[in-house]
Design a protein around this ligand. Structure first.
Ligand code: HSE
Length: 439
């Protein structure tokens, strides 16, 4: 079959990222086309509202509100899905693959939840599916895990994979901004999801971890398998305590780690030492440490969100797909390894069975017997105290008492906190931050 000289793209969604892709192709067209060996042409763009004001203007007739204009057009080779969310994105992707279109998507939500169905459909219909931009914006971490480290047994992934929460935590740390103010700043920068709850409650990071872990460990990890906690209970006071008293910073960590034949997968705020490699990953930057049995520890760092970095990742996928369309080998070589279940991982570890050190902030009345009651319950649950801090306050006020524990079993800590939270002098639910990584 003759080589294709024009690769035609149908884009779905023309928001921040879509417009970034359009601009990138305009700016670096000659470089990109030289790499593909063919012209790259965006033929149609599906949008919700034709009249909406956009920063990028496109030729007359390129925008449409009808997905069918893309999927039924035999000239379109690649469907680029940038609309996000579960539906109609899932239906559009499946439909496009069934009609033989190659796929590039940045949609972590639909991929992480409908992974099996989407990947199987790609295989059944022999089409390429690339999704570098779904995880960590401009950082080529999917490619690193999928290709560069493919020969390794991956043993762990620790990542800061959500730019919004990382930006919020930095503003709270350095500028003492309240959580709410910092969130508004993140939204203004275009980092946050359409629904920022997904950033704050850790679900966006969980979507990304599900994809990373499934690829890295050749084991299907579902979003619901992941223990998830967000950053909404972290205060400026905790950030200051952690820094001044323990030399640590708070990061929302996505963790996947093998222990024996079990894999633990979790997303939660974590206190890491200030000199940890990931402690310097600030603002909208993301950072991921991946350790493999032969390669050792590798690190990936860069902008994890925003129009230009995400467009960079999308375009790299389009170059891959463009090349395979050009060479008539699209769909011939699977880019996903994970479907073969990894025999070395028997199960996912239960959250109660993980071990960690803990930062516990009790908000209590300042009265006789409080510390001894708390420490007795901790002791009864095999939790050993490493340090205690109480800052003196005006008499009669509630005070924060921070206890840092030695390594303890999560289920023992949860059991102890249940009892402690029921004590009459405890004024607020105790805040727990794990501080288990980076020793
Ligand atoms: N809301 C996401 C973040 C965008 O803040 O990281 C990139 O996936």
């Amino acid at each position: 079959m003759a080589e294709k000289s024009i690769i035609q793209i149908g884009m779905i969604g023309f928001g921040n990222v879509g417009q970034g892709v359009y601009r990138l192709l305009e700016k670096n067209r000659s470089l990109i086309e030289a790499k593909v060996g063919a012209q790259m042409r965006i033929k149609k763009i599906v949008v919700r509202d034709l009249a909406k004001q956009r920063e990028v203007s496109v030729p007359e007739g390129m925008l449409t509100t009808n997905f069918d204009d893309v999927v039924s057009d035999p000239e379109i080779d690649v469907v680029l899905e940038l609309m996000g969310g579960y539906e109609p994105a899932r239906t559009y992707l499946l439909d496009a693959m069934r009609r033989g279109k190659q796929i590039v998507t940045a949609n972590k939500a639909v991929l992480s939840v409908h992974w099996d169905e989407i990947i199987q459909t790609a295989r059944d219909h022999k089409v390429d599916i690339y999704f570098e931009a779904a995880v960590c914006g401009g950082i080529p971490v999917i490619q690193a895990i999928n290709d560069g480290l493919a020969a390794n047994n991956i043993t762990s992934i620790y990542g800061i994979v959500n730019g919004t929460t990382n930006f919020i935590l930095q503003k709270m740390t350095e500028e003492k901004k309240s959580f709410k103010e910092a969130l508004q700043m993140a939204q203004k920068k275009g980092l946050a999801e359409a629904d920022p709850t997904l950033d704050i409650n850790g679900m966006d990071a969980a979507h990304k971890l599900a994809i990373l872990a499934s690829l890295a460990f050749s084991k299907r990890v579902k979003v619901e398998d992941i223990y998830v906690e967000g950053i909404d209970r972290i205060t400026v006071q905790d950030i200051e305590f952690a820094k001044e008293e323990f030399g640590r910073v708070v990061k929302l960590f996505a963790i996947a780690e093998v222990e024996g034949d079990e894999l633990e997968v979790r997303v939660h705020p974590t206190l890491i030492p200030e000199d940890h490699l990931l402690a310097k990953v600030d603002g909208e930057y993301n950072g991921v440490l991946v350790t493999g049995d032969f390669v050792g520890t590798t690190m990936y760092y860069g902008l994890g969100a925003g129009s230009k970095p995400t467009a960079s990742a999308v375009m790299s996928d389009l170059i891959y797909v463009g090349r395979s369309v050009h060479d008539n080998v699209a769909g011939e070589i699977s880019n996903c390894w994970f479907l073969n279940d990894n025999p070395q991982i028997k199960r996912l570890k239960k959250m109660g069975d993980i071990k960690s050190r803990y930062y516990l902030k009790f908000t209590v009345l300042d009265q006789v017997g409080v510390l001894s009651a708390i420490s007795r319950i901790l002791g009864e649950n095999q939790i050993s105290i490493a340090s205690v801090i109480q800052k003196e306050q005006k008499k009669g006020d509630k005070v924060p008492v921070v206890i840092v524990t030695y390594e303890a079993l999560e289920k023992n800590v949860q059991e102890a906190l249940k009892k402690i939270n029921g004590l009459p002098f405890v004024q607020e639910e105790t805040l727990l931050i794990r501080m288990d990584r980076g020793e």
